[in-house]
Design a protein around this ligand. Structure first.
Ligand code: SF4
Length: 426
C-alpha cells in the first residue's frame, strides 16, 4: 500500500478522537519546529473536529472489538499500518510544507499494548532524535502498556493522554470488554506522579529532562452508555483534582456501528456535548462544584439553557446581584459575566461607579446578565426577575423552530468550536 493510501485510511480512522487540541507546551530550541503556544494554530474541519495537527492512527489493525468503534476487529474496513520511519518522514514532510504544526498520534491495539506503545515511541524517537523535530506531539498512551514505555512516551511527547472512553467501569465492561478501569487509571496516576517529580527536579536542576510539559488529557464518549451528566461531571471533577488532568474532552457518540448494546441515536448528541463543555469551564475557571451544578433531582443539563443560567434559575434567591458591590466570586456566578469581565468590573470599580451602559464595553453579555443584576440599585431586565419569565427568554430549545430542535454533526462547526473554546463569558 502506498504511504498516502495508508494516510487516507488512517487519518479517516482517527477522526472520531476529539482529544487533540494543543496548548501549554514550551518545547523549543531544536533544529526543526517549535511547540510554543503561538506556533500551534487550531482549525476545524467540516464536521467540527480539530485538524491543526496531523491527526492519524499508526495502525487501525485492532485486536480489540469495542462496540462503539469504527476500527473494531469485527468491522470490514480498509486496514493499514505505517512503519515508524514512514510516519516520521511524512510528519516532517508535512511540517516543512507548512501543512501542519504538529502530530497527534494514536493507534489501534496492534498485537498487544506494549507492542503498540513501542511502535508509537519508535516513531517519536525518530522524529525527535533523527529528524530533530521539536514541534508539538500529542501521543495516546495505550492502557496496559508497561510503566517504562509510558515514561519514554512522556519524555518524547508534549502531551500524553489515556482515553477513558466510557464514563463508568460497568459500561466499559459491557461495550469494550478488553479494556478496564484499573488499566486506564494506572498510567494516568503514573503520568501525574512523574510530572510532579520532574517539576520538583526542575526547581533544583537547570537541565532537568522534560516530561509531558503540556500535561495529560482524556476523552469521554457521551451518549453511548446510560450515565447521567451528573456522573460524567463528577468523574471530570475527580480527574481534575486527583491527577491534575489538563483537559477532559467530551465526544458526542457517533453511531458508526449497529449493535444491540448501543443506543439507536439518529444524531450525535452535540448539544449535550456542548453543555458538558460549558459545565467543564465552570468547574475549572468559575469555582463551581459538580454537585452544585447538578444533583439527584436534576441529574442532566437542560439542553435549552447553559449550565450557569440553569444553576442561577434554581438559586434565584441569590439574585439580582449589585454589580457595584458584589465580590469577585459573586460576579463570577452571574450568567453573562465571565472571568475577564468580572476582573474588568473589579478594576473599573476602583476608579468609578459602573453604569448599565458601561457593562457592554466591559464585555458583559447583557442578553443573559440583565436578569440577574442590579446596577446602582436598578433592575434592567425586560421581564420581571422570576424564573418562568427568564426561562422563556433564554431557553434556546423553546425558542427554536421544531425543525431545528437538535444540531446535526455536519452543520454545526460553529457550535463545536464554541464548545471547545468558550473563553469566559458564561
Ligand atoms: S482499542 Fe477499541 S477503541 Fe481503540 S481502536 Fe481498537 S476497537 Fe477502537
Amino acid at each position: 500500500m502506498h504511504v498516502l493510501d495508508k494516510l487516507s485510511a488512517l487519518a479517516n480512522s482517527a477522526k472520531y478522537d476529539v482529544s487533540c487540541a494543543s496548548s501549554g507546551s514550551t518545547r523549543q530550541g531544536g533544529a526543526l519546529g517549535r511547540a510554543t503556544l503561538g506556533g500551534i494554530c487550531h482549525s476545524w474541519s467540516a464536521d467540527g473536529r480539530c485538524i491543526s495537527l496531523l491527526k492519524v492512527l499508526f495502525s487501525n489493525i485492532c485486536v480489540y472489538d469495542c462496540a462503539y468503534c469504527i476500527n473494531r476487529r469485527s468491522n470490514d474496513i480498509r486496514r493499514a499500518q505505517f512503519t515508524p520511519e514512514e510516519l516520521a518522514r511524512l510528519t516532517v514532510n508535512f511540517y516543512q510544507k507548512n501543512y501542519i504544526e504538529g502530530l497527534f498520534l494514536s493507534s489501534a491495539i496492534v498485537k498487544n499494548p506494549d507492542h503498540t506503545m513501542e511502535l508509537l515511541n519508535k516513531t517519536m524517537r525518530l522524529l525527535r532524535e533523527a529528524y530533530l523535530f521539536h514541534g508539538y506531539i500529542h501521543v495516546k498512551v495505550i492502557p496496559g502498556s508497561s510503566p517504562a514505555l509510558v515514561d519514554e512516551a512522556g519524555r518524547l511527547a508534549d502531551r500524553v493522554s489515556v482515553n477513558i472512553e466510557l464514563p463508568s467501569a460497568q459500561s466499559l465492561a459491557l461495550l469494550a470488554p478488553q479494556k478496564n478501569y484499573p488499566a486506564i487509571f494506572a498510567p494516568m496516576r503514573h503520568i501525574h506522579k512523574t510530572i510532579l517529580q520532574h517539576k520538583e527536579e526542575n526547581k533544583t536542576t537547570k537541565h532537568a529532562m522534560k516530561f509531558a510539559p503540556a500535561g495529560q488529557s482524556t476523552q469521554l464518549i457521551i451518549g453511548a452508555s446510560p450515565e447521567r451528566d451528573l456522573q460524567i461531571l463528577k468523574l471530570s471533577a475527580f480527574l481534575y483534582q486527583s491527577v491534575r488532568m489538563r483537559r477532559v474532552y467530551y465526544s458526542a457518540y457517533v453511531p458508526v456501528n449497529a449493535g444491540t448494546n448501543l443506543p439507536a441515536l439518529i444524531r450525535p448528541p452535540l448539544l449535550r456535548e456542548h453543555r458538558l463543555y460549558q459545565a467543564d469551564w465552570l468547574l475549572r475557571f468559575y469555582g463551581f462544584e459538580a454537585t452544585e451544578l447538578l444533583d439527584e433531582q436534576h441529574p442532566d443539563f437542560e439542553e435549552g439553557l447553559d449550565p450557569k443560567v440553569s444553576w442561577a434559575l434554581r438559586h434565584i434567591g441569590a439574585f439580582p446581584v449589585e454589580i457595584n458591590t458584589a465580590d469577585y466570586s459573586q460576579l463570577l456566578r452571574i450568567p453573562g459575566v465571565g472571568v475577564r469581565s468580572a476582573a474588568r468590573i473589579m478594576a473599573v470599580r476602583k476608579v468609578k461607579k459602573i453604569r448599565y451602559e458601561d457593562l457592554k464595553k466591559l464585555r458583559v453579555v447583557l442578553k443573559r446578565a440583565q436578569y440577574f443584576i442590579l446596577v446602582n440599585g436598578r433592575y434592567h431586565g425586560d421581564v420581571s426577575p422570576e424564573p418562568v419569565g427568564i426561562r422563556q427568554k433564554l431557553d434556546v430549545i423553546a425558542r427554536r423552530p421544531p425543525s431545528q430542535s437538535q444540531l446535526t454533526l455536519f452543520s454545526a462547526p460553529e457550535e463545536r468550536e464554541a464548545a471547545s473554546s468558550i473563553s469566559g463569558e458564561l
